[in-house]
Design a protein around this ligand. Structure first.
Ligand SMILES: Nc1ncnc2c1ncn2[C@@H]1O[C@H](COP(=O)(O)OP(=O)(O)O)[C@@H](O)[C@H]1O
Ligand SMILES: [Mg+2]
Length: 321
């Protein structure tokens, strides 16, 4: 079943900025879905449309078969959104913020669940402070707690870990993994592509408002990611015209100590054997050899031409501990 169906979504802001162009995406129920793209790609615009804080110019979205606009209150109770921007009323404590948010979703505050959220998100020791006394990383975690307070079936996180240090980030992902294992569908944007690759079972990449690819993570890494064979000769092999011709299909790259060959795909595997044989024919047996498979980060760079730029992770987390 599809949790979220996005059909032909476009957004042109009042100033003429086209942030999204005809995006269609299906987010399967129970998936852990990564929405990736360089800065300015349109990720937050898409998420803000889902959160009902930005109005789409065209297209439709449905949640478990219910139209997002026509059945707004039904949908609202089933979505939890962590926006990229943090804004709280500074005069409330985290516990009050969460109790108040429950009310907004039409639920009575469930203080056991609120305490569990505060504990899991490591805010429990700060739950009596005013939100203005919290560091940036803590406020971001409070936003996550706020999005989870009504136990939504779909959780959408817009860069939840910007400004959150490595250890906390790991524990936050562990928590998200548990929610996902218990059946919650999760849609997430992040600049940490190694984490996305590990966590997520689906991935979509957008750039300049357009969808570049959307597929299961395994398929993406199998079909889009390339593999390389490097051969170590202890010195740079001499690439004669004949060797160049023989290796052309493998796009050879020489280095100081050897050569790197790009492997093609063939039924059931790669052209590893052909590449190895060709290298041995040209240069003899190597001293050592190895394979390297592209990571999600490499695929992202190749598809968008841009690095998944990272916000500083110099966790401002302890600023006011
Ligand atoms: N309120 C706005 N008014 C006009 N343009 C906007 C507004 N918000 C975002 N944009 C523009 O829309 C594009 C997509 O932005 P955004 O959705 O924030 O991208 P991302 O989250 O992927 O970095 C950018 O060119 C951005 O400048
Ligand atoms: Mg954004």
């Amino acid at each position: 079943m599809t949790a979220l169906a996005i059909n032909g979504l476009s957004k042109v802001y009042d100033n003429g900025n086209q942030a999204l162009s005809d995006i269609s995406l299906q987010i399967p129920q129970g998936s852990f879905y990564a929405l990736l793209g360089p800065n300015g790609a349109g990720k937050s615009t898409l998420i803000n449309i889902l959160a009902d804080t930005v109005l789409a110019s065209r297209g439709a979205v449905s949640l478990f078969g219910h139209d997002l606009l026509a059945e707004r209150s039904w949908c609202k109770r089933r979505i939890g959104v962590v926006p990229q921007e943090v804004a709280f009323d500074p005069f409330f404590t985290p516990r009050e913020v969460l109790a108040f948010t429950s009310g907004l979703f039409g639920c009575k505050p469930d203080f056991d669940w609120i305490d569990e959220l505060l504990t899991r998100l490591e805010l429990i020791d700060h739950s009596g402070k005013n939100t203005r006394q919290l560091s940036g990383g803590m406020r971001r975690r409070l936003l996550v707690a706020q999005a989870l307070v009504h136990k939504p079936k779909l959780v959408i996180l817009d860069e939840p870990t910007a400004g959150v240090d490595v250890e906390l980030r790991k524990r936050l992902w562990d928590f998200m993994r548990e929610l996902n294992a218990a059946g919650t569908t999760i849609l997430l944007t992040t600049h940490y592509l190694d984490e996305a690759e590990e966590l997520c079972d689906h991935v979509a990449i957008i750039d300049r408002g357009k969808l570049l690819t959307a597929r299961p993570m395994g398929e993406m890494m199998r079909e889009i990611a390339s593999s390389y064979l490097w051969l170590h000769y202890g010195k740079a092999p001499v690439l004669t015209d004949a060797a160049s011709e023989q290796l052309a299909a493998f796009e050879p790259r020489l280095s100081e100590h050897g050569i790197c060959l790009k492997l093609g795909k063939q039924e059931g595997g790669s052209t590893f054997h052909q590449a190895y044989q060709a290298a041995v024919t040209c240069f003899g047996a190597p001293l050592d050899a190895g394979m390297r498979r592209e990571k999600l980060e490499d695929v992202f760079l190749r598809l968008t031409g841009k690095q998944a730029s990272r916000k500083t992770d110099a966790g401002d987390d302890h600023a006011s501990d």
